[in-house]
Design a protein around this ligand. Sequence first.
Ligand SMILES: Nc1ncnc2c1ncn2[C@@H]1O[C@H](COP(=O)(O)OP(=O)(O)O)[C@@H](O)[C@H]1O
Ligand SMILES: [Mg+2]
Length: 298
Amino acid sequence: MELALLYKGLDRDCFTVLKILDSMLGKYEYVPLEIIERKSKLPPKVLARVLTKLNKIKAIIRTLTPKTGYRLTYIGLDLLALHSLSNAGVIAYLGTKVGMGKESEIYIAKNPEGQLLAVKFYKIGRVSFQKVKRVRSYLVDEANWIIRSKVTAEREYKALKDLIKFTPYVPKTYGWNRHAVVLSYISGIELYRYKVAIDPKGLLEKILSALREAYLHVGIVHGDLSEYNIVVSMEGDNEVPYIIDWPQYVYRDDPNHEALLRRDVEYVLKFFKRRYRVNIDVERAIKYVRGEAERLWV
Ligand SMILES: Nc1ncnc2c1ncn2[C@@H]1O[C@H](COP(=O)(O)OP(=O)(O)O)[C@@H](O)[C@H]1O
Ligand SMILES: [Mg+2]
C-alpha cells in the first residue's frame, strides 16, 4: 500500500507506539511487550489493536520467542518522520514515490503553501539486510542501519542549508526529521539522460561554479559527483543544473579532499567532453574550483 494511505490510516495511539519503538532502537532487538505497555499507558485492548494494525502494515515486526516483543521497520520510521514533519508544518501533503536511489527513496510532497517538495528517505542497508538477515541479528544490522540513515539525513540537511547561501545550483532544503530530508522538488532530467543540451558550456560553467562556492565558502567537496547526481531543469529559456545527493561530502581539511575534488571535476569534465564535446582543461578547472584561478577560461 502507498505510504500516504498507510499514514492516513493511523491514529494517535499508533504514533505513540511507533515513537516508543524508535526511542528504544539499538537497546533491544525486540522491545518486550511489557515495556511498550508500561511506556504507552494504553489500555491492553487498545494496545493490542494498535500492535496488530502496525504489524499488518509492516511498520513493526513481532517476535513470540523468547517472549513477545516488537521492533520498528523502515516503514514505521517513514510514518514517524512524516508525522513529525507534518506536525512541524514542513509538509502538508504526500504524493507518490518519484525516485529510487541505491540507499534512498524519494517522494513528491507539498508544503502548506502548495509548493512542490521532494522528501528523501534514507534506507541504508535496505538491500543488504535482506541477505544477511539469517546470519546476524537485527541489533547489529537493521538497527544500526536505521541509526546511520538518521545521521546521513542530518548530514545532508546541514550541507544543503549552508550551500544554498552561496550557490543557486543545489536543492533548497526545508527541514529534516529522523532519516528524511525535505528538499525543493526539481522538475528536471538527470544529466545522464539529458541528450541534447542547448548550452552545454554554460551548463558546465554553472556546475563548476557550484563546486567552487562549495569549496571556498562552505569548505566542502561533494565526493560522489557524476551525471547521476546532477539534474537539469528548464527554467524559462534557461537550463539550470542542480547538484544533488550530498551526504558523503568531505571537509577541506580531510586528507582525501584533494583526491575527491579531482575525481569529481574529472568525472564531470569527461562526461561533458564525451556527450557534448565541451573541452575544459582539468588542471585549470581544479584551480578554478579551489580559488587559485579567478576564471575558468584562460
Ligand atoms: N530534490 C529532488 N527533486 C526531484 N527529484 C529528486 C530530488 N532529489 C533526488 N531526486 C531523484 O531521486 C534520485 C535519487 O536521489 P539521490 O539524492 O541521488 O539519492 P541516492 O543517494 O539514493 O542516489 C535522483 O536521481 C533524482 O532522480
Ligand atoms: Mg544519487
